[in-house]
Every structure is written in C-alpha cells, then in structure tokens.
Design a protein around this ligand. Structure first.
Ligand code: KIV
Length: 273
C-alpha cells in the first residue's frame, strides 16, 4: 500500500446514519487474528473491557486498566481493516470529570489508532460526552446493565424491573443522546424498555440482552462461539468451539503419547548438498 492509499474504515457518522436503516452488526474483539476473522462481517468491533473477564480471568471488569485497553486496542487495529474500532474507557479512567476523560480517550485514540471510545452512563456522563465530542472524540454510550457498576448493584442484574428504574434508564439514554453520542449500547433490559429507548433517541441503539428492534446487536464473540461452559440467557451460540478444542487437544495428547505425532510429514530432513 502506498502512503497515499488510506484504509477506508466505517466511520462514526456512518454508524449514526444507520438509525432505523440496515441493522448494525457488531462483536467484541481483543486480538489481531480474531479481529481479522470478524472484520469482513462486522460494522464495528468493540474492544470491550469484558477482555478482563474473557481473556484475563477477572471476576468483573472493574480491575481493567487503560494500559490493557491500549494493548488490546492496538492488536485489534492491526487485525481489522474495514470495521470501525471502538475501545472501552475502563473503570476509573473517566468518571471523575471531562478533563480526565479527555486525557484517557486521547491516549486510546493516539496510541491505538481506534476511532471512538465507549463510556458507561454514570453520573455526570452527559457533560463528559459533550466535552469529548466537541474536542474530536466520537463517543458511544452504554445504558441499562452497566458492568462497571457491579459493586453498587450487587452483581450483574438486568435493569428496568421497577417503574422508577425504567424512568432512570430512559432518562440516561436521552441525556447521552442529547450530549452527542453517535450510538448507544443498551444492555440487559426488558425488550419493551429497549424499544422505548430506541424510539426515544436519535442515535442508533445497539442491543445486548435487549430487543430485536434495536438498530443493531452486539455479542461477546467468545460467548457466541461457545468458548464458555456458561453463558447468559441472551447469548445465542453459533458454534461449539469449546467441544471442538477439547476434542482436538485430547487427540493431540493421544498422538504425542502414542508417538504418532510428529509424523514423517511434520519433521525436517537434512538434504545432502
Ligand atoms: O465490554 C464489553 O464487551 C461490552 C459489551 C458487552 C457491550 O461492553
């Protein structure tokens, strides 16, 4: 590729323009090879802070650091050529105010080359989103079940069970939308609440455990590929890679023990000159 040829990735305005149009397809990605596999099929790839739980064995996303997000963001940018790449701002790197959020976001954009950041809609977030967008940083919001709030919520709990909670989630979505988010992830809410949010906001909604009527859908890739024994109710498994890997590794172990691996085709032989 010459230096004048630019990789044409899907952009934040293009995602925003998809409201009510063709559904938006998105998945999480944390590594270069997986990003390359997902890239032809996804509109955007999210380097989610779920990486802490999925790849690093953490029990929540709370301990994920900016350095981890930068490392995985760089890897995904190397693997994906056309999908938009969004990276999560991890817990503790943006909630205290717009200036801190700007500094963390600028590091993510400058050091990884990603095009946007995602924030969970906690207190004060509309002001922060407005501040970031006005300074050139596209922001995706995240409402409903907010994994970074697991310690306050007492676990990963679906949102909108009471009238007051429904009102609060809708108000958060409206505020994030008015502040300039180009898309809003809606996680873990009853489908009628997700539909109400989708109707109430101008930005496209991206559902996860939400509703088929959202403007797009996202899943954690490792969940939909069947890499975990347990997955939440809203996950559809499109493959059973856990079983495939188990069988393949058992077969390899058997071949090593029996001396069938490596075979003639898998060894080097020195040719005489
Ligand atoms: O971190 C993540 O993977 C997410 C998605 C589940 C939306 O926020």
């Amino acid at each position: 590729m010459s230096r004048h040829e630019k990789i044409q990735r899907i952009t934040a305005p293009e995602i925003y323009a998809r409201k009510g149009q063709k559904k938006i397809v998105s998945l999480t990605a944390y590594t270069a090879p997986m990003a390359a596999l997902l890239d032809p099929h996804a509109d955007f790839l999210l380097v989610g802070d779920s990486v802490g739980m999925v790849l690093h064995g953490m029990t929540s996303t709370v301990g994920v650091t900016l350095e981890m997000m930068i490392m995985h963001g760089k890897a995904v940018m190397r693997g994906a050529m056309r999908s938009m790449v969004v990276v999560d701002l991890p817990f503790g790197t943006y909630e205290s105010g717009p200036q801190k959020a700007f500094e963390s976001s600028a590091r993510l954009l400058c050091e990884t080359g990603c095009q946007a950041v995602k924030v969970e809609a906690c207190e004060g977030m509309p002001e922060t989103i407005d501040y970031l967008v006005k300074r050139g940083i596209p922001v995706m919001g995240h409402v409903g079940l907010r994994p970074q709030a697991t310690n306050v919520d007492g676990g990963f709990r679906a949102k909108g069970r009471s009238a007051a909670e429904r009102e609060r989630v809708i108000a958060e979505a409206r505020a994030v939308d008015a502040a300039g988010a180009f898309a809003i992830v809606v996680e873990g809410v009853a489908s009628d609440l997700a539909d109400e949010i989708t109707a109430a906001v101008k930005a496209p909604t991206i559902g996860i455990g939400a509703s088929p009527n959202c403007d797009g859908q996202i899943l954690v890739t490792d969940d939909m590929l069947g890499l975990f024994e347990w997955t939440p109710k809203f996950v559809r498994r499109y493959a059973s890679l856990r079983e495939t890997i188990d069988k393949a590794v058992a077969h390899y172990a058997e071949d090593v023990h029996s001396g069938h691996f490596p075979g003639q085709a898998e060894i080097y032989t020195l040719r005489a000159k």
